[in-house]
Design a protein around this ligand. Sequence first.
Ligand code: BGC
Length: 815
Amino acid sequence: MKYKDLIEKMTLEEKASLMSGKDFWQTQDIKRLGINNMFLADGPHGIRKQAAAADHLGLNASIPATCFPTAATVANSWNVELGEQMGEYLGEEAVAQGVHVLLGPGINMKRNPLAGRNFEYFSEDPFLAGKLAAGMIKGIQSHGISACVKHFAVNNQEERRMAIDTIVDERTLREIYLTAFEIAIKEGKTKTVMSAYNMLNGTYTNENIHLMRDILRNEWKYDGVVVTDWGGSNDRVAGLVAGNELEMPTTAGETNEEIIEAIKTGKIKEEVLDENVDRLLDLIFTTDKALKESQKEINQEKHHRMAQTVAEESIVLLKNEEQILPIKKGTKVAIIGDFAKEARYQGAGSSIVNPTKLDSTLDGIKECEFVSIGFEPGFDRYGKKSQKKIDQACALAKNADVVLLYIGLDEVTEAEGLDRQSMEIPENQIELLTALQKVNPNIVAILSSGAAVEMPWIGKVKGLVHGYLSGQAGAKAILRVLSGDVNPSGKLAESYPIHYEDTPSCYQFPGKEVSVEYREGPYIGYRYYDTANVAVLFPFGFGLSYTTFEYADIQVAKEGVTFTLTNTGGRAGSEVTQLYVGCKSTNIFRPKKELKGFTKVFLLPGETKTVTIPFDDKTFRYFNIKTNSWEIEAADYELMIGASIADIRLKDVIAIEGTGAPLPYDQNELPSYYSGKANHVSQEEFEQLLGRKVPESKWDRTKALGYNDTIAQCQYAKSGFARFIFKTINFSHWFLKKIGKRSTANLIMMSIYHMPFRGVARMTGGVINMPMLDGILMIMNGQFMKGLRHLLKERKKKVKREKLKTTMVQATKEM
Ligand code: BGC
């Protein structure tokens, strides 16, 4: 242990006190031993440091900070160095605001396009997500503070996010859901990991020994800190045993007492606590030292420009018929769409940043060389169809050479805590587009959304620029792409299915009661579409440029693939070249192609460069469930260099020696997985893959409600009072939506409806403790009077204890 001497000087109470927060954002300090507190703050694409009232839902304002593009956007840059630079900027701002641990990046896989936090995550591909995250972490940590990669792991839906049990087979877990974390930890060397709210195969992630000890500590040799997601701690002692150093936010010491009790009664050894304290102390001392030594001033304008650069590299050009883009000098453009007036540039929830400034399209257009003939909103951002607005927009569009139509998803639709209900953009925007096309077919749509949307309207636009959620400087960056000042080089980091029903997990998303079954196995995103030959609207890795590139001369060596790339068009531009690998053997089922490398290359017109994409330890590996380790199958492997998964330009084959492991599966038992058509896997076949029976996925409605049941489960509670509460919550939600208060309605779902009862104690900073919660549960389970008496008795006890504590502290101070 690094801090053995110091730990020996600490009392048991002091050690336990470090294991949970002092308040909502800070850790505990022990001044007499020179141990300061740390400040933790969101979030992935900007600092959300709350100076006053604290919350984890992004409700109360935070200190202004640069709002960079969200991860879903940055991922489209496929530029690891750029991610690292953005991390450096984030780290600098974190330091300036006195933040020790920056709660990001978020790297969960995009299993389903409707998952509510997709905008905060990078990709459906673990390799891409891992590499970008590693870069960002390095950047943040170059200032000596800590990043915090989250949410570890399999946290892929918002519905019942604090209670859902994710059922996934070991190979899929390793290859798809953990690989990005593995890269972030081994290559990015993150100093902090945030555990996820959900359970993994029956155990809460922060208590899951397999995840936290076998994999994270023993296999990956991680020696940093694990912090719970806010309010995500269930059994504190079990968490500690699994190596969860820090519980956030504060529980006013309640769970520290549980640790002390467990040690005193011999349930766990004091060494377990010491090991956790040792790792936490290291984080506290190193980050605190860095904060003290670092510079505190930031140049906001420079940071704003960096946000613009990141956005410029991340914007994706999806359609460019008749070369409508870039817009030529002097062209008369009509600016239409509410999003042009107020940019949609980030998502809602804990990642929300209070930007230092916000670029606007209507201001920025004045600097462009094309001529704006006016602006019309065309639709209500949150409302129904407005014929008047459509008519006004059409009147303006008639006189334009080109219509720039700003559309997308609104802020309320893409929010933490809530999954989207559909992949559509609002109907009133499509109605507007339909009307516009009749008066002027030269339409360029500029789309803002942090996740994939359906586009049945794509035929009505000639140009489509996807800005994603491009941060505070996004509006300007988009204009520069439209004008051609920037040649777009972003490529999609996720697939765009034609219909939601095409997605492999659509029948298993979201889990609505006890669990969610990942029956599609490793076939998420392009791994499914490409293998099962399901047509998509836009494939993974796709993005257009104003120039063209030619790929030639593939050469394969032991170390990697080399080829030449030439810019064959008339403009300088960057191309994201991608290496996909496919195994020729059919012994073990796998996706037809998997991304194993990429590089972004900048070329002047006519220029040629030799490009090498190296192999690494992940290029040929698969996880073998028989040997419980990574293996290589002896086989021929196809190496494919592509401009997207669907646009392979060069191919070659390499024979690779295997590790000789036994074949893990019986092909006859897993037909869907061997064919890749894994969108409709039966329970029996999934159980074959899993190697065991799936647990009951429905609630046992005869059972009394417990700590981990959610408020939503009051719908079948024994007590009429509980059922009444449920109905009231449901009604309020419905009513608020009806009167247009969607964001407050969402809040009810997120912070009440889907909250487990345990959260009532874990998230109230000690106002309600666990014994009081027992009283509440008695009430909910039909023992109204008994429960009420218990609640009041425990409350009285708590107040008395607190008074005694205050008196003792006072007395010590006076001594
Ligand atoms: C989110 C985390 C966030 C934390 C603190 C939680 O609700 O899941 O991503 O870092 O709150 O705001």
